[in-house]
Design a protein around this ligand. Structure first.
Ligand code: NAD
Length: 367
C-alpha cells in the first residue's frame, strides 16, 4: 500500500507517545479512534485529526477506510483485540507485553498467519537510537567477542509533566489479577527484549531472587546463561521509592553494559536521564592506546523510540520490510519473563524455552 490509513484502539496514557510517530509520518493518516471512554476517545480523535470516533471495537473493525490498527488497550485485552482485528482483515501493531500468557501469544501469531496480515509488537527499546547503536557496535566487532551483558533498572520517583498527567485509571488493571505480575512483567518485558536482542543469542537458563515492595515493585537479581557458554547476563531491578531522579517520562532509569574480549560499551540511559554521561560510551584498549569514545551526537530522548517504532510499522506496510518485533520474538520475551518468576519462586534454574501458559509470582494479586 502507498499510504496507511490507521485506526487507533485505546487513547489512554501511552497513546500520546505512540501516535506521534504516525502523525508525523507523511505516509500515514490517523483516520479513526476507538475507546470505550467516550471523552478520551473523542478528544484524541479531535487532536489527531481523525474523521471517526467509535465506542465499540466492532464498529472500528467494520470501517473499510481502516487498513491497520494500533492497539493500545490494557494488556489483558490484547489477545481478543488483536485476533478480532486480524480476522477483520486489518494489519496490527500492538503494544508490549504481547499478551498475558504464552498460549495467548501463540494463538495471536497463528491468527496473523491464517489471516495473511502483519502482526508486530511495538517495542520502543528496539527503536531507541542509543540501544540500536550499541547493538551495531557489538555486531561490528567494536568490543571483540561479547562475553557479558548487564542490565540495571532503578525505579524511583520523578516530577515530570508526563508522569503528573497520567490518568490513575491506567493503573488499576496493572495491580490485580488482570495482570499476571507486577513491574517484572509490565515494564521489564522491555529489558528481557534487550537481553535477547542486543546479543542476538538465546537464553538457556535463568536463576533469580525476586522480592516485592509496595505491591507492584519487584527488586531482583537475575542471572542469564546464554546458548554460547562463554556469555553471561545479569539483570537487576533496584527500588528507591523516595528518590526523585531526572526523567521526562516515568521515574525509572536504565543502564546497559556490554563487555567483550576487547572492550566495553555503556548505554547510560533510556526512560530516565539520571547520569551526566554521554548516552553511549565505548571503552577499548591495546598496550599502545587506551580509548574512550563518547557518542554524544545521538538522539537519546526516550520518546524517540516510540516515534521510530511507529514509523517502522509504516515502513513494513508501505515497503514490505520486516516488522520488528515479531510475534515469535515477543513470545520468547514473555517466556523469559515467566522463567524469571518461576526461578524466583523455586530458586532453581529454569530454561525459558520450556515455559508454557502463564507464571505469576507467589501471592500475586492476593490483596
Ligand atoms: N512502551 C512502553 O513503554 C509502554 C508504556 C506504557 C504502557 N504500555 C502498554 O500500552 C498498553 C496501554 O497502556 P496504558 O498505560 O496506555 O493504559 P491505559 O489504561 O491508560 O489506557 C488504555 C485505554 O484503553 C481503553 N480501553 C479499555 N478497554 C477498551 C475496549 N474494550 N475498547 C476500546 N478501548 C478500551 C481505556 O479506556 C483507556 O483509554 C498496555 O499494554 C501497556 O503495557 C507501554
Amino acid at each position: 500500500m502507498d499510504r496507511v490509513r490507521l485506526g487507533v484502539l485505546g487513547a489512554g496514557n501511552i497513546a500520546v507517545l505512540n501516535v506521534k510517530g504516525y502523525l508525523e509520518d507523511p505516509r500515514c493518516d490517523v483516520v479513526a479512534v476507538c475507546d470505550t471512554d467516550e471523552e478520551a476517545g473523542r478528544l484524541a480523535a479531535k487532536e489527531w485529526g481523525a474523521d471517526s470516533y467509535y465506542r465499540d471495537l466492532s464498529a472500528l473493525l467494520a470501517d473499510e477506510s481502516v487498513d491497520a490498527v494500533e492497539i493500545l488497550t490494557p494488556t489483558h485485552l490484547h489477545h481478543d483485540h488483536v485476533i478480532a482485528a486480524l480476522e477483520a482483515g486489518k494489519h496490527v501493531s500492538v503494544q508490549k507485553p504481547v499478551a498475558n500468557s504464552v498460549d495467548d501469544a501463540l494463538e495471536m501469531q497463528a491468527a496473523a498467519e491464517k489471516a495473511g496480515r502483519i502482526l508486530r509488537i511495538s517495542e520502543c527499546f528496539v527503536h531507541y537510537p542509543p540501544l540500536e547503536l550499541a547493538k551495531r557496535l557489538v555486531s561490528d566487532g567494536a568490543i571483540g567477542k561479547p562475553t557479558s551483558l548487564r542490565i540495571r533498572t532503578l525505579v524511583g520517583q520523578t516530577d515530570s509533566d508526563f508522569q503528573a498527567n497520567l490518568r490513575p485509571e491506567g493503573y488499576g488493571w496493572r495491580l490485580d489479577k488482570r495482570s499476571p505480575g507486577g513491574h517484572l512483567f509490565d515494564d521489564m518485558v522491555h529489558k528481557y527484549a534487550m537481553a535477547l536482542w542486543l546479543l542476538d543469542l538465546d537464553i538457556t537458563s535463568v536463576q533469580a531472587v525476586v522480592r516485592r515492595r509496595d505491591l507492584f515493585f519487584e527488586p531482583c537479581a537475575v542471572i542469564f546463561e546464554y546458548e554460547d557458554p562463554e556469555v553471561l547476563g545479569m539483570m537487576e531491578v533496584q527500588y528507591s521509592p523516595n528518590f526523585y531522579m531526572r526523567s521526562s517520562y516515568y521515574g525509572a532509569d536504565e543502564f546497559f553494559e556490554i563487555t567483550g574480549d576487547e572492550g566495553q560499551i555503556w548505554v547510560t540511559r533510556a526512560t530516565g536521564e539520571m547520569l551526566d554521561l554521554a548516552p553511549v560510551m565505548l571503552f577499548t584498549g591495546t598496550p599502545h592506546e587506551r580509548k574512550t569514545t563518547e557518542f554524544t551526537d545521538i538522539e537519546a530522548d526516550w520518546a524517540t523510540g516510540f516515534v521510530r517504532s511507529s514509523q517502522h510499522f509504516v515502513d513494513a506496510l508501505t515497503e514490505g520490510t520486516d516488522a520488528a518485533m515479531s510475534a515469535a520474538d515477543a513470545t520468547d520475551v514473555l517466556r523469559l519473563c515467566f522463567a524469571v518468576y518461576q526461578a524466583g519462586a523455586t530458586r532453581a534454574p529454569v530454561d525459558p524455552r520450556t515455559i508454557t501458559g502463564v507464571v505469576s509470582p507467589p501471592g500475586w494479586g492476593e490483596w
